[in-house]
Design a binder for this molecule. Structure first.
Ligand SMILES: *Cc1c(COP(=O)(O)O)cnc(C)c1O
Length: 412
């Protein structure tokens, strides 16, 4: 790290350099807010849609209306949006188990999938019931410096390949993020030779960062978490799966039971936070994007490596900062935690988190436990000690926390 000038001057200079990018973000926030607003009007959302339900939940209007809004928002045929989906990993796992059968092959077009998918697929750990135990094989294709290696993916397709998985966000890797429109060449090429293959997207951290989502560019199904972007910071839990009816019909058997599918499922809490969260999400995501951009600009001024760089194209809300040493990584995460509205007195330490193979440090002083649309910073404790920071319900909070964390790094 290079010597720092006065911190307020540094932040002012960085903000000035981001003026045009912030204006572009404001414009997209307005376009996406208008889209959500019009869908709410289309579906005549009213107070009754927020009411809790119980029992089987047949004809649950709050649930069914919310699912129609998601499907229309993503310009696709169907969606499953449920508080019963425990996390993003759960939603992705449901997709894979719904689409794949014994003897099938799963192919990842974007290198190794996110860490928590290792045990689902069966490439790590020994959790019972993995895809591997069910007789599903797996392979993945390296990416190029700029993105998906389409010829290599086509060459890796086997007769038994049934699902090609594309992960939009980089997870805990430093490979490029894949924007929805940049998935189109792969989707087109695969459909031309093998229309029977399901094109699945892990869309975690991507919603509302671009004008359109991957389904518009030819994906069959995508999944994500409601305590990330699209829950807007208000959804208390849950996940979504959206896509073509043929894919959703297979996946709904894994939501509940074959034959019952998505016709059941009540929620004794209120659906209001899911609706209000969706309404807020274009704003929340753009606040988080501004925090990420400012973070990149500040660390670049300090001579550190950031991915993406402050002037690079973005397709998710993640900002990676290469800290180089474990001490810096821990200090930064602890400072972000100390500047959080909840659990500010907690001191994060690296720990053996379920589903991850390396120790992970995680700063998340959030209102919704573990919600990473709220300001959070985390990463696996392995070289080059990269902190992955995301979220921020308000730009002001993100800026304050960043300022304090940078001050702490510089004094230590
Ligand atoms: C967060 C995330 C997941 C898993 O989501 P959880 O809700 O933490 O289970 C999967 N893939 C990517 C790219 C993610 O960012």
């Amino acid at each position: 790290m290079t010597e720092m000038k006065d911190i307020n001057a540094l932040f002012a200079e960085c903000e000035a350099s981001l003026k045009e990018q912030f204006a572009a973000l404001d414009a997209r926030e307005e376009r996406l807010t208008a889209r959500v607003l019009d869908l709410f009007a289309d579906e005549q959302v009213a107070l009754r849609h927020f009411n809790p339900t119980n029992g089987y939940g047949y004809d649950d209007q709050g649930r069914d209306t919310l699912e129609r809004i998601y499907a229309k928002l993503f310009k696709t045929e169907a969606a499953i949006v449920r508080p019963q989906i425990a996390s993003g990993t759960h939603a992705l796992s449901m997709c894979l188990f719904g689409l794949l059968r014994p003897g099938d092959h799963l192919l990842s077009a974007t290198e190794k999938p996110y860490d928590t998918m290792d045990e689902v697929i069966g490439i790590a750990g020994d959790a019972p019931g993995s895809l591997k135990e069910m007789g599903v094989t797996f392979s993945c294709v390296p990416m190029t410096e700029t993105g998906i290696d389409v010829p290599a993916v086509l060459a890796a397709i086997r007769p038994e390949t049934r699902v090609i998985l594309t992960q939009r966000s980089r997870g805990y890797a430093l490979r490029p993020t894949v924007a929805p429109e940049d998935m189109a060449p792969l989707f087109k090429a695969v459909k031309a030779v093998r229309p029977d293959i399901f094109l699945m997207v892990d869309n975690c951290y991507g919603e509302f960062v671009c004008d359109e989502e991957p389904l518009v560019y030819g994906a069959d199904v995508m999944a994500g978490s409601l305590i990330k972007n699209i829950g807007g910071g208000l959804a208390p839990t849950g996940g979504y799966i959206a896509g073509r009816e043929e894919a959703i019909h297979r996946v709904e058997s894994r939501l509940t039971a074959p034959g019952i599918g998505r016709e059941v499922g009540s929620y004794a809490g209120s659906y209001r936070p899911f609706y209000q969260g969706l309404f807020m999400a274009p704003h929340t995501v753009h606040e988080a994007m501004k925090v990420s951009l400012l973070t990149a600009a500040v660390f670049e001024h300090l001579g550190m490596k950031t991915v993406p760089a402050s002037d690079a194209k973005r397709a998710d809300i993640i900002q990676a900062i290469q800290m180089e040493t474990p001490e810096r990584m821990v200090a930064y995460c602890q400072a972000i935690q100390a500047a959080s509205p909840v659990d500010s007195n907690a001191v994060p330490e690296p720990w053996d988190m379920p589903g991850y193979q390396d120790q992970v440090i995680m700063a998340a002083g959030t209102f919704v436990a573990g919600a990473s649309i709220e300001l959070s910073a985390d990463g696996p404790m392995r070289a080059p000690y990269v902190v992955y920071q995301q979220g921020g319900l308000t730009y002001a909070h993100g800026k304050i926390a960043l300022k304090r964390a940078v001050e702490r790094l510089v004094t230590e």
